[in-house]
Design a protein around this ligand. Structure first.
Ligand code: AMP
Ligand code: ZN
Length: 461
């Protein structure tokens, strides 16, 4: 069954055809590590995770790069404002490298809590200044750049067309506003690729143009090219990247080697609160820790995301999170009931479920429909291990780690586990008196014990 995916470049769903058979090379725009990731940001990485899992489910091998932006991202996506890392360093009275380390670690913890299948290569911008320098020098040598006193700009007038993703026309107001930032900038679409660091700038490197730091757009192009080559399959990011960041990445690819770097540009829509984008600047954000404090584990947020298509805006409410919490419990309990089931299920029935699930995920990652197939299995009154195994197979895409799920009542404390182990040894030694004595202790401590042909089963009373 073919995988169809919406390509922002063609503005339609396309059948996915990788450059190399059964191998996918992919790049995702990663976090700017100047603050905790909010759950809006995390929607982007849940989408990336889902895409990876669907590709793997379809049998593709993946080489995937995600950047960590720890320098160069100014407060606006255009060339305005302070570097976000420098601003955070100033406000927190810390070294920007320490800020980057701290929030990178926090970001990785969030990825772990959501069981996100991570890209094979995580590329930190500050560890790739050499490759960025090489990249920018080639753009200059190819004639796609010009210098002002303190900035090297990409010259968009050298391109056949700028704005292939968003098809935008620049209106006059915009033109005036952006040229006002630097009167030496020739055209409002031109953007900074290499910037001279002011005296007090802490993040700077000795380069061919003196002490500089790279432009944010250049980071992604240079690191993508280093690991994935001039042309690769997929590039992902949030929809806010379409009009500036990704247009600029495409422009740079053309300036570097004449090629748009990716065949498929795929974007997730925003998580909103009361109709507005969740963002740091609007102060309407929640983090995973905020959700935990209110009694929602990270997987509840993942389940909530499956209630919508990645390409649709999603409104965050606590009522919807409550429904997602109930759904997650239903999934786990339903899975365990099937696991204890003894019914046999026709292979045809299994195949029908599998086809429906595959059809849904291959239709541009339609997770609401994919989940409806899961609910049909959960509702099936014929409880069966075969259906439990099928749910586990689908969990390769869902990523709820059901295989390792244990209800709290089934988590055995180490003190009880030790008694169980001693009793096992007593039984192996046919020391029935000792075995009975240990059983009584275990029961007194509040656990049921049942000897079955598969061994001892211990559960909390
Ligand atoms: P940043 O760390 O600001 O560069 O953002 C990281 C990722 O989160 C980018 O791919 C953004 O497009 C995405 N993003 C930011 N805000 C939201 C939101 N409210 N909903 C979904 N994605 C978002
Ligand atoms: Zn990027």
């Amino acid at each position: 069954m073919e995988l169809s995916i919406y390509n922002t470049l063609s503005k339609q769903k396309e059948v996915f055809k990788p450059i190399k058979d059964k191998e996918v090379r992919m790049y995702s725009c990663g976090p700017t590590v100047y603050y905790f990731a909010h759950i809006g940001n995390l929607r982007s990485y849940l989408f990336m995770d889902c895409l990876r899992r669907v590709l793997k489910y379809n049998g593709y091998k993946i080489k995937h790069v995600m950047n960590i932006t720890d320098v160069g991202h100014l407060v606006s996506d255009a060339d305005e404002g302070e570097d976000k890392m420098m601003k955070a360093a100033r406000l927190e009275h810390k070294d920007p490298f320490a800020i980057a380390d701290f929030y990178t670690e926090k970001f990785m913890e969030d990825m772990n809590k959501l069981n996100i299948d991570m890209p094979e290569i995580i590329a930190r911008a500050t560890k790739h200044i050499d490759c960025m320098e090489k990249y920018v020098k080639r753009i200059i040598a190819n004639g796609y750049a010009y210098e002002t006193e303190d900035t090297i700009y990409f010259d968009t007038s050298k391109l056949d067309k700028y704005g292939v993703l968003s098809n935008k026309d620049v209106d006059e107001k915009d033109t005036e506003a952006r040229i006002a930032v630097d009167p030496n900038k020739k055209h409002p679409n031109d953007f900074a690729i290499w910037i001279k660091a002011p005296e007090n700038h802490l993040m700077k490197w000795d380069t061919f143009w003196g002490k500089c730091y790279p432009g944010w757009h250049l980071e992604c192009s240079a690191m993508g090219n280093k690991y994935l080559g001039d042309e690769f399959d997929i590039h992902t990011g949030g929809v806010d990247h379409i009009p500036v960041h990704h247009e600029n990445e495409i422009a740079q690819g053309k300036g570097y080697c004449g090629k748009n770097p990716a065949h498929y540009w795929i974007h997730n829509e925003f998580l909103q609160v009361d109709g507005k984008k969740m963002s740091k600047s609007l102060r309407n954000l929640y983090t995973l820790s905020d959700l935990k404090e209110r009694g929602y584990e990270p997987y509840v947020y993942k389940m909530f995301n499956f209630s919508s298509l990645y390409r649709k805006k999603l409104n965050f409410t606590f009522e919807a999170m409550d429904s997602a919490k109930i759904a997650l419990n239903r999934l786990r309990e339903g899975y365990l009931k099937h696991l204890d089931g003894t019914n046999d299920i026709d292979d045809d029935v299994i195949e029908q479920y599998e086809n429906k699930f595959l059809e849904a995920i291959n239709d541009d990652l339609n997770m609401p429909v994919a989940m409806s197939v899961v609910w049909d299995i959960i509702k099936n009154t014929a409880k069966s291990k075969k259906l439990a195994n099928l749910i586990l197979k689908f969990d390769e895409v869902l990523g709820f780690d059901l295989k390792n799920y244990k209800p709290e009542a089934q988590v055995i404390p180490s003190e009880i586990q030790e008694l169980i182990d001693q009793r096992k040894i007593a039984r192996q030694n046919k020391d029935w008196a000792k075995s009975d004595e240990l059983r009584d202790i275990i029961i007194k401590k509040g656990y049921n014990i049942k000897d079955t042909k598969d061994g001892m089963k211990v559960t909390k009373m």
